[in-house]
Write a protein that binds this ligand. Structure first.
Ligand code: SF4
Length: 334
């Protein structure tokens, strides 16, 4: 899907904002899309490297059918090269192995059937980047929608506007990574650009897809108070009801020499986010901290969580039981 032939056997892939120009026999940057004689093929279609039933809270999506499970699925590959990737073994596998693909063959129909058999309300396209297994996610999402299941993307948001429009009719929610607010920093750490990510957050929100944003706070990289303020303002400018998950960094992959994020830095980010006007902020990767949802009007707790499990949900028709104010979210299954 979403490529064009541009002569000399070359093609342009228009799936993600890298818009790779790919010569015959070559791969795109993600190493999962290959040009064979002027046709672009996805080498990960139906090749599932990971699938499991998980609480939707683990995506993280805190305002999306709390207490339900998501059937989570991934192929190998990614269009980013994040230096701190927790899933680099599968995300970077094709790039680090010259386009080699791992994974069992599972059809979209089998994914939908397994999700229904396991009592999941949602299929989550996650762990790696759903954009690079777009055709597989698209077909699965289409079938899932017909069976009354919901679909969520956990994504770096680097899709093209064309890809967004293709998947929009089948998407119900998304958690989008906002990895920083500096253009240079984004390129250095991820290999991508900031602006398309903001566009994705905005476009999905405008289309009434339920969006939550995650930022991994990395000491010395994006924890500067001004940068945090700009990030919070960027999200709030799109919509103050977008939940912001500020996550603790632990040393990983090529950033093992960085220290874990001090708790104080996360609390400072939370403070700034509230000051800017975001209604829902959660501290992630710190068990027992920042997991509750509070009514934005009266401050009463309305959902209590422990370790990615919703333990108590007192919302009544999406409203606070104490003051009756709306608490925004995707609370009801289709
Ligand atoms: S999906 Fe892959 S091939 Fe297509 S533009 Fe993005 S990195 Fe390039």
């Amino acid at each position: 899907m979403l490529y064009e032939r541009i002569g000399d056997g070359r093609v342009r892939c228009n799936l993600c904002m890298h818009r790779c120009l790919i010569a015959n026999g070559e791969y795109g940057l993600c190493y999962v899309r290959v040009n064979r004689d002027g046709r672009l093929y996805s080498s990960v279609y139906g090749r599932v490297v990971s699938r499991s039933v998980e609480p939707i809270e683990k995506k993280p999506l805190f305002h999306f059918l709390p207490g339900t499970c998501a059937y989570s699925v991934a192929t190998v590959g990614c269009n980013f090269t994040c230096l701190y990737c927790q899933n680099h073994m599968i995300a970077q596998y094709p790039r680090e192995h010259g386009g080699r693909i791992l994974g069992e063959e599972v059809s979209p129909r089998e994914i939908v059937a397994s999700a229904m058999d396991s009592g999941c309300k949602t299929i989550a396209y996650t762990y790696t980047e759903p954009t690079i297994f777009f055709e597989y996610a698209y077909e699965t999402a289409r079938l899932a929608r017909a069976e009354g299941l919901n679909n969520v993307f956990v994504t770096n948001g680097y899709m093209t506007p064309e890809a967004i429009e293709e998947i929009l009719p089948y998407l119900d929610g998304a958690n989008i990574d906002l990895k920083g607010i500096s253009t240079e920093g984004y390129r250095e750490v991820t290999g991508g650009n900031l602006r398309p990510v903001l566009h994705t957050i905005e476009r999905l929100s405008r289309a009434k897809i339920w969006v939550e944003v995650t930022t991994l706070i990395i000491p010395g990289m994006n924890d500067d108070p001004q940068a945090l303020r700009w990030m919070a303002e960027a999200i709030c400018g799109i919509s103050p009801v977008i939940p912001w998950h500020i996550s603790r960094f632990y040393p990983a992959y090529r950033m093992r020499h960085y220290p874990p994020t001090p708790i104080a830095a996360l609390q400072e980010a939370e403070r700034i986010g509230r000051e800017v006007g975001l209604r829902y902020i959660y501290i992630g990767n710190v068990p027992g901290q920042g997991e509750e949802t509070y009514c934005p009007a009266c401050g009463d707790p309305v959902i209590r969580r422990r370790g990615f499990m919703a333990k108590e949900n007192s919302l009544q028709d999406g409203c606070c039981p104490a003051c009756g104010s709306e608490v925004e979210g995707f609370w009801f299954a289709a």
